[in-house]
Design a binder for this molecule. Structure first.
Ligand SMILES: [Cu+2]
Length: 492
């Protein structure tokens, strides 16, 4: 038994004891937000800078997170909340966000999934200026496109597991469309997280790839070098609470609940289920899918969002949670409680086995031929300097001598070749792309900004180059990004 198992068992005991008798005294978390959220999301307590007042203010500062009774962490958060305040805006609205940095280090706030210029995108590599230590900076942009977006620190962490995505600096950002049919009774925000990361050579806790999966990029001879260090974590939560420690999600029979799921983790892909219920997936990364489908399991990678409607038709008390027992027992879950059922124990049942497959949400439509195809090959260097795995894009770690080049208005097909035994969520800043092919399966109409390329898998996406400026591309696993797995695109 290693340290991690000990820690896990310790918290599993805490959770086991707490799951049956929930503590109603906890402050309401972001988990349950009927109507307008109760957060001080438009509080502009800062002295006004010149010009008009900011629409939102975020203060980056140390904060405490009470994951469960007697499980309190110290981290860096936005405005003393984890997740940060919900930023809600109208599509097309001109928005000013004043960011105050009360820490000793420069910070970057990235607006994930928005079409914003490089100088406010919150990526050092694109030339965005930092929010200086003990200083402030105003990010101004037009809110688009509509859908579930989010914001988070984009600061490099390297070996410091108390920076960037390892902190509590993340929050939901919703851009409301005038065309939202609003066919739901309640809207909830659920961010999946790990805490207290550490380095280990043990396999990440993700489910291993199914050996029957097509692996078009698998080499004939396997890499025999020993694996290097990766990031793992002993504690999990949904929003700021471990399973059983927060307020349950209270529902009524017959309600339609719109769930906004976000994986705000630095390192792990997660799969979640709600026993006896199905999720009708209506949007991926905030963008409506052509063919909404009912699924029992949602798989979601760091950076991704899934919007799903759940019809509440099975009165009882259930656990919406991670499929892996170790993750759920270490906190990744939330109790869903129907009205007048409080006396029951929260129930978890493993879902029917189901493979997550983006393509079922697409449509069979031909893609116009791209102007150009760009091949991108990703490889692992197991156990590089410091024993950390390093990552190559087309044979080189970032930075590359020459960026990839887009011509404005051009249609590009990016062909991702994952020649490693890990799945990677690949994220393109400031653009959306459309899924074209996943391990040989064709699809169309699915717009995303982050896509999981499975172990030894191949994914093709199409993108129209219509957002001039430097554009960062990277794996959304913080450690992979920090150790080579990124690249810049520039416009000719
Ligand atoms: Cu990766």
């Amino acid at each position: 038994m290693n340290r991690r198992d000990l820690v896990r068992l310790g918290w599993a005991t805490v959770i086991g004891a707490g799951a049956g008798k929930l503590r109603p005294a906890f402050a309401q978390s972001l988990a349950q937000v009927p109507g307008p959220p109760p957060h001080p999301m438009v509080a502009t307590l800062e002295p006004k800078a010149t010009g008009r007042a900011a629409d939102f203010t975020l203060r980056i500062a140390p904060t405490m997170v009470e994951l469960a009774p007697q499980v309190v962490l110290s981290t860096i958060g936005y405005s003393n909340q984890v997740p940060g305040p919900l930023l809600r805006m109208r599509e097309g609205q001109r928005v000013a966000v004043e960011v105050v940095n009360d820490t000793d280090v420069p910070e970057y706030v990235h607006w994930h999934g928005l079409f914003v210029p490089s100088d406010v995108d919150g990526a050092e590599e694109e030339g965005t200026p930092p929010v200086p230590p003990h200083g402030r900076r105003r990010y101004q942009f037009v809110a688009k496109p509509a859908g579930s977006r989010w914001y988070h620190s984009h600061t490099e962490a390297m070996l410091d597991l108390h920076r960037g995505a390892y902190t509590g600096q993340f929050g939901f950002l919703m851009i409301d469309s005038a065309n939202d049919p609003g066919l739901y009774d309640q809207e909830v925000f659920l961010a999946l997280r790990e805490w207290q990361p550490f380095l280990t050579t043990m396999d990440a806790d993700e489910e291993r790839p199914d050996p029957s999966d097509p692996m078009p990029e698998k080499p004939a001879t396997p890499d025999s070098r020993p694996n290097g260090l990766e990031v793992s974590a002993p504690l999990y939560s949904i929003n700021d609470k471990m399973l059983g420690a927060g307020e349950p999600l209270r529902v009524r029979s017959g309600q339609r609940i719109l769930m906004h799921l976000l994986n705000a983790s630095a390192s792990q892909i997660h799969r979640v289920a709600l026993p006896a219920h199905k999720f009708q997936v209506i949007a991926l990364d905030g963008n409506r899918v052509p063919a909404p489908q009912l699924v029992s399991v949602i798989e979601i990678a760091p950076g991704e969002r899934v919007d799903a409607i759940v019809e509440m038709t099975q009165p009882g008390v259930w656990i919406l949670g991670e499929l892996r027992n170790v993750a759920r027992q270490s906190g990744m879950g939330i109790v869903v409680e129907y009205a007048n059922q409080q006396q029951q124990r929260a129930t978890w049942l493993p879902p029917p086995s189901a493979r997550w497959d983006y393509t079922i949400f697409g449509q069979p439509a031909p893609h116009p031929a791209p102007d150009k195809t760009i091949d991108m090959v990703f490889e692992k260097v197991p156990g590089g300097p410091h024993g950390i795995n390093h990552w190559l894009v087309n044979g080189k770690e970032y930075p590359h001598e020459r960026e990839f080049v887009f011509r404005q208005g051009g249609r590009y097909r990016l062909l991702f070749h994952n020649r490693s035994d890990d799945s990677h969520p690949l994220h393109m800043h400031r653009h959306l792309f459309e899924l074209v092919e996943l391990n040989g399966k064709q699809t169309a109409g699915i717009k995303k900004d982050t896509v999981i390329v499975p172990a030894f898998g191949r994914v093709a996406v199409d993108l129209v180059a219509d957002q001039p400026g430097l554009t960062l591309f990277h794996c959304h696993i913080q450690q992979h990004m920090d150790f080579g797995f990124k690249a810049l695109f520039r416009y000719a």
